[in-house]
Design a protein. Structure first.
Length: 234
């Protein structure tokens, strides 16, 4: 009987290939199968980050997890998309699944993990997340001492964004995309716009830092963040 393969969820960081961990690099080079999330009409960001480290002899599996689906519909589609990964594992081949940032911090690997980790031995390798990379790229300390940091997904309703921002010292607002205008309006209403810093595609060659009120809402990517650093200066 063929031994089952091992599943690895590997964080590849926010975009700079040099932010890959040594462990991630070792597993990446050793794996016979590499899998990665990719939009149907776009190159995989995760694969692009590690492309220079691939051996050229590995089997590659691309899968697509469309966003903004009803939970019932998403369940069926996600089950189908991860099936090829399971087939390689069942055949005894280890699979490294690439994930931008960190696998368990809003990472696409979570959907693979919840479907396959109970059937196959699984190891998750942390990656540098955008939450850590963006303040560094902006050159601002996020928090001091006992400051409270709140991480907010931009798709939340304006009312919920407002209530969370009123009770924190510092904040990161992620997944901006088409929600940018709503978020910017909330920040102006709360008097936080002057502290808010906008960055997109942090650590990559396409990184841009733009004053909040100069951002074109039509051009804001999903991989953009607004950082509101603490007012503390210790």
């Amino acid at each position: 009987m063929t031994a089952k393969g091992r599943l690895y969820g590997v964080g590849v960081g926010p975009g700079d290939p040099e932010l890959l961990t040594i462990k991630a690099l070792r597993l990446l080079r050793a794996a016979p199968v590499i899998a990665y999330q990719s939009a149907t009409d776009k190159e995989s960001i995760a694969r692009a980050i590690v492309s220079q480290y691939l051996t050229g002899e590995q089997i590659e599996v691309a899968y697509h997890l469309p966003r903004a689906l009803e939970p019932e519909k998403a369940q069926e589609i996600y089950d189908q998309e991860v099936a090829p990964i399971a087939e390689h594992l069942a055949a005894g081949r280890d699979v490294v699944v690439l994930c931008e940032g960190d696998p368990f911090f809003y990472g696409s690997f979570m959907y693979v993990f919840t479907r396959l980790s109970e059937k196959y031995q699984t190891e998750v390798v942390p990656g540098v997340s955008s939450l850590m990379a963006c303040p560094v790229s902006l050159g601002v300390p996020f928090t001091y001492y006992n400051d409270i940091l709140t991480v907010l997904p931009a798709p939340l309703p304006a009312e919920e964004l407002t209530s969370k921002l009123l009770t924190t010292d510092a904040a990161a607002i992620m997944k901006l995309g088409r929600h940018f205008t709503k978020v910017r309006d909330v920040l102006h209403q709360l008097g936080l716009a002057s502290r808010a810093l906008y960055i997109e595609r942090a650590t990559t060659t396409q990184q841009r830092i733009i004053p909040l009120d100069e951002v074109d809402p039509a051009e804001v990517p999903y991989f953009a963040m607004i950082v509101i650093p603490t007012k503390s200066r210790l």
